[in-house]
Design a protein around this ligand. Sequence first.
Ligand SMILES: Nc1nc2c(c(=O)[nH]1)N[C@H]1C(S)=C(S)[C@@H](COP(=O)(O)O)O[C@H]1N2
Ligand SMILES: [Mo]
Length: 375
Amino acid sequence: MGEALGEKDPSFRVWSEEPPNGEPPLELLRRSPVTPVELFYVRCHGEVPRVDDASFRLGVDGMVERPLELGLDELRERFPVTTVEAALSCAGNRRTQLMEVAPIPGEIPWREGAIANARWSGVPLGEVLRAAGVREGARHVAFLGLDRAVGEAAGVEFGGSIPLEKALSEETLLAWGMNGEPLPAVHGFPLRVVVPGTVGARSVKWLSRVTVRREPSGNHFQARSYRLFPPEVRAEEAVWERAVELTDTPVNSAICAPSPNERVRAGTIAVEGWAVAGGERLVDGVEVSADGGRNWWTAELVGERARWSWRLWRVELELEAGRHELVVRAWDSAGVGQPEYASELWNFKGYVNNAWHRVGIDAGETELGDRCSRG
Ligand SMILES: Nc1nc2c(c(=O)[nH]1)N[C@H]1C(S)=C(S)[C@@H](COP(=O)(O)O)O[C@H]1N2
Ligand SMILES: [Mo]
């Protein structure tokens, strides 16, 4: 595996080396509630910038009373240090299912692994903004990274923005730590934003500048990307100004084990996966079907209810020999569930697919090809 991806598991599915993009096999992803860095997906639009943390300065400017220039030590000393466990999920996660509906050229065919859950350490962005003094009329907070995109928007620094209210919310962090270690280069060293409950694109890595604004960021990745169109709109006729800017993630879930087309032994089989709630809500329930969605069983949710984390789930089903179509769907605490068909959600950029996830498996009477007893 190329150096740019950093220390990833040998089984990591590499979509590209330069820029580094990849996701873990789902079978490994479901194993720990806090995802180890080796299994944490990577999404980069350009080359990973190498940043000297000693000379690093974060600029805070725009509609503020007192613009700031902060080194990492000053950030740590002046503001309350905190840790938030939160899932990060790419807007393109599960795009492959949309690509089966109609082609989505030029985009990464993410499976169900462009999502992960980590413990992020840093300081609340809101504390820094309060120290700078947000001026009246401000509505959005924009971020700029030190990397430059390749391909689409070549040369543009990656950026984006979130509503001021979310920026002032205690869960939104300027983070330097991931699972108790400094951020690895590929995940944004030395400093990134973490915006829990929001599409991954707004959690800007290699953060260099925070700008308080009246309008959303005009950066390519806010204005000409990461926007949602209805299924009937084609790329050629897109009017970007009219499309919805992606912010909150939708309620979503996926089956991580068994794997597609896996042969299991008929009898009791364990089905496991992840679920996330929409925006600031909680995962309330997960149901699994073994017959394509006619009959449903309630899955057991692993661990505690927590606002920003994902929820792993598990259910044991009795399966006779033959072909079975496993399906999962989740609900969040607002009573919102997932749509059945990916075709209703198709959009030409392939964002935020949260249709029911389906996995076909074969149950056999014999031990032949039995992979039930994996260690
Ligand atoms: N500076 C910068 N920040 C970025 C990106 C990027 O390419 N450059 N990618 C974004 C996207 S689309 C996602 S999904 C997440 C991925 O974070 P990860 O690579 O740490 O998993 O980072 C976001 N922040
Ligand atoms: Mo993303």
